[in-house]
Structures are given as C-alpha cells and as structure tokens.
Write a protein that binds this ligand. Structure first.
Ligand SMILES: [Zn+2]
Length: 155
C-alpha cells in the first residue's frame, strides 16, 4: 500500500517502509499536499484532528484519510497494520530512511561500506542508491524483531 504521513508520524513512516509500504513523510501538511498524495493513490495518515476534519470535508475522501489514535509509534504501527491488514513482517523493498527502492547487491559491491565481520558473515545485501545506506538481513534485526514480536497476536 502507499501512504503519506503527516508531521508527528515520522517514526510510523519508517516502520511502514520497513514492511515494504511506500510511505512519504509530508511533514507539516496542508490541503494541497494531502490532495497530491491522494492523487498518487496514497492514504493520508494524521494525528491532527483539525486537519483531519478539514481534509475529509474539503476532499470528500473519507476512506483515504485516516486519523491515527495511538500516541506511541509502536501502538500506531499496531493500529495502522490492523486497520489496513498489513502483515507485520520485515521486508527489504524500501529504504526506511528515504523511501527509495532498495537494490539487492552482491557482497563485493558493499565491501568497503560495511564492517568486516558483517561482510564475512552475510551473502545478501541491499543498497539504497539515494542515501548510500546498506541493509542486510541481520541489520537492526534484534530491535526490529523484538518490536514486531510484541505487536503480533499470541497464537
Ligand atoms: Zn536511503
């Protein structure tokens, strides 16, 4: 899915990218920015009641504008994932910092970009051509999987 996040939802935007969902961070939004995002097929996420009311009234797109109730980023992720049926799994589709598509690269290419022990212990890497960040299946794995495990329902 594609999203556009209002100010105060920067962390949620990162999490959504991590799940593979194209999410732009609008920062301080206005009707024009929101309209452009909706035209791109995005769902606008906001914590601002005034802006929510204004946008739903002016743009008449109630289905595409979502008011996030939760205050904490982790709870916001749980709320949005459940509302839009998003599986809570990490993907390597998008750079979680700049929302740019990641490219799978061989380790020779990232040799000088990652610590030596990472280079020797991993075969698959993902590279963001926009900001130069390198990702691999173990990067931030502990923190991410702990947060996700917390959010998943107990079976
Ligand atoms: Zn990037």
């Amino acid at each position: 899915m594609r999203f556009a996040a209002d100010s105060m939802l920067g962390k949620l935007a990162k999490w959504l990218r991590l799940m593979g969902h194209d999410t732009v961070y609008l920062g301080r939004s206005d009707i024009k920015k929101i309209k452009a995002a909706l035209d791109e097929g995005r769902i606008f996420l906001t914590r601002n009641t005034r802006l929510y009311d204004l946008a739903t009234r002016r743009l008449c797109e109630k289905r595409k504008i979502y008011f996030v109730q939760a205050n904490h980023p982790k709870e916001q992720l749980r709320e949005v994932a459940s509302r839009f049926n998003i599986p809570l799994t990490r993907t390597f589709r998008l750079c979680c910092v700049c929302n740019f598509a990641l490219k799978r690269v061989s380790r020779q290419i990232v040799k000088d970009l990652v610590p030596e022990y990472i280079y020797f212990n991993h075969k698959t890497f993902y590279f963001c051509a926009k900001c130069g960040r390198v990702y691999w299946p173990g990067s931030h794995a502990k923190r991410i999987s702990e947060t996700l495990a917390d959010l998943l329902p107990v079976e």
